[in-house]
Design a protein around this ligand. Sequence first.
Ligand code: HEM
Length: 127
Amino acid sequence: EETQSFYDAVGGEETFRRLVHRFYEGVVEDPLLWPLYPQEDLAGAEERLRLFLIQYWGGPGTYSQQRGHPRLRMRHNPFVIGGAERDAWLKHMRDAVDSLGLPAELDKRLWDYLVYAAHSMVNAPDA
Ligand code: HEM
């Protein structure tokens, strides 16, 4: 129904926990992406992405309580993100979204956002 947040509709915290955990299982195996990530703080990285997505989709605002305004493009400035990095990121995210088995309509809404957000995070031209 109209008043239910997307966060609730997809199953709340547990769903985002599964999504982000599965995503990072792919990232740690990825020779292009893994070197960009904080090798010694995988749990922290997982928590930051999980809390951000929870907040974005209408769940608790813990992300901003801990991290302030998201400013995601600025926070990604230290990392060189070209088309290859974006596509690798989206490949692991697609796999993670698939693992949730959401109804098609919810899957599409989540996926369309992730594709849009990933494209907006590109900060380096392709070589
Ligand atoms: C952080 C890479 C796209 C959300 C990070 C970090 C890396 C990274 C290396 C640092 C990990 C950490 O310490 O937290 C990338 C790459 C992307 C991408 C290669 C490819 C396009 C996205 C997208 C979103 C996102 C599309 C949102 C939908 C975040 C968040 C953080 C983060 C919330 C933590 C920010 C903070 O509070 O410090 N990303 N990212 N990223 N990323 Fe991405």
